[in-house]
Design a binder for this molecule. Sequence first.
Ligand code: HEC
Length: 129
Amino acid sequence: MRVALMILLGLVVGIIGTAKVMSALAARNPMPKAVMQTMDYHMDALSQALKTKPCDAAGIRHHLERVQSTATDIVPTFGIPDQPFTDAAHLLQTRVQQALQSPPADCPALAQAMKSVGGACKSCHDKYR
Ligand code: HEC
């Protein structure tokens, strides 16, 4: 009887422990998604500018710079040690940097920059998302 009780107690403790560990794992690291959502917010703002046509240089530059600085958080927060992943993150940084070398000042230039930067998002998503 005593042994059976101890086994039952062990099971209950085990189940509670497992549930705790699982919820801790789920809440583990909000950063990868936060980084992606932040970049998405700025890319959305740029798409919106393209649609409604006030492609003003200062706004474009601001959003591109925010994507640029946020992109530097991809590798450290995702912790995916694959070389192709790191390369994909660097490709994004390179594309944003190219776009910022002469920041788009009108809609056609913005459309071109969006295509280049968006392509870098997509090439990583195709493989890793
Ligand atoms: C180096 C790889 C890589 C690059 C570059 C990249 N992403 Fe992602 N992205 C991912 C991965 C991996 C996920 C899935 C993350 C997850 O589900 O935990 C993801 C998920 C997302 C999500 C969904 C987030 C969520 O809350 O589920 C959005 C939105 C997103 N990315 C936007 C972007 C945008 C915009 C860019 C370009 C400016 C970009 N990503 C560039 C790898 C990348």
